[in-house]
Design a protein around this ligand. Sequence first.
Ligand SMILES: Cc1ncc(COP(=O)(O)O)c(C=O)c1O
Length: 375
Amino acid sequence: MPQMPVTVPFLDLQQQIAPLRDEIDTAIRRVIDSCAFVLGEELRAFEAEFAAFCDTRYAIGVDSGTSALHLILRGLGIGPGDEVILPPNSFIATAECVSLAGATPVFADVDPQTHQIDPECVRRAITPRTRAVIPVHLFGRTADLNPLLALTQAHGIHLVEDACQAHGARYHGRRVGGFGIAAAWSFYPGKNLGAFGDGGAITTNDEALRDTLLQLRDHGQKRKYEHAMVGVNGRLDNLQAAVLRVKLRHLESWNAARRRAAARYTALLAGSDCTPPAPLRPGEDHVYHLYVVRHPHRSAVAAALQENKVGFGYHYPVPLHRTPAYAGLGCGPGSYPHSERLADEIVSLPMFAELTDLQIERVCDVLKRAPLVSG
Ligand SMILES: Cc1ncc(COP(=O)(O)O)c(C=O)c1O
């Protein structure tokens, strides 16, 4: 009998959900039976459990990672005339939140090895208008927080973690999410901790900020119809909270499986034209939301992956300062050379906790045999 070729999806949520199906169905039924869909017990329980997981005093459930970032900036009083520094190689939400708050995004280039924002570039980007820096723990790898914390403290500005890709990562042994004034989390379905739709959270140790954020996410009200400020409808709903409570219990083991898959990829790709993620430096951690390699002939590799039915992606294909959305900032080609070069060379390979050794071998085989045509 001819052997079926091994196809490898980029992500396979069916496999993640199947073994949890009964537990999740029970949790969903519990919410439906209670008819408490908004701001109820499930949300409060998830917030307590997620805060405990992140080792922070508070977690506030919101409707997306984008809202989390936006509301943090609003809660800190950041607005028109203010500048916020962030890396150009992130999902657009990291910049959008700054624009939504009425402030100006200012980019700082990244370390080409780690892909994370470079503290030295941040230092050069600080002006008297700078109010905050948003390091992104990109791909699930921890950003270089210690020098950034030293910088932000010295300048009296805020550090806001974009932890939307880094659920469970630790920096020098401590969970990310509590290093700055606040951290933003996304529970978009494909994240390491994903809901059944959009969702997000904010973690913080600051009680006053937490009180403001609770109001901002709920139309600026503390009590019904007492609107102390202009807020948004940005609540995480109880159905999502119930699903997330089930999944949170598996996050550590999923992250361990992702790390094992990453190690297998890295071992198999040794000596090939693919550059795997740089080894972790002391104190760093990686939860491999994405496993991203560099290749000098990216388009040839992409064609081979496509032809062999291997899922892949580019995270991200266009640095934020080169998107039409941010053309108005006037950052031309060459403004952030490391981010620009990475955008041309990166390929994200299939990565999820249930990925098998056979699938990883298949992906590496395809990569190693890709004809090296320049592109
Ligand atoms: C780094 C980063 N920041 C922010 C976001 C925004 O999160 P959401 O899609 O939940 O709005 C994402 C989600 O993809 C992200 O990856």
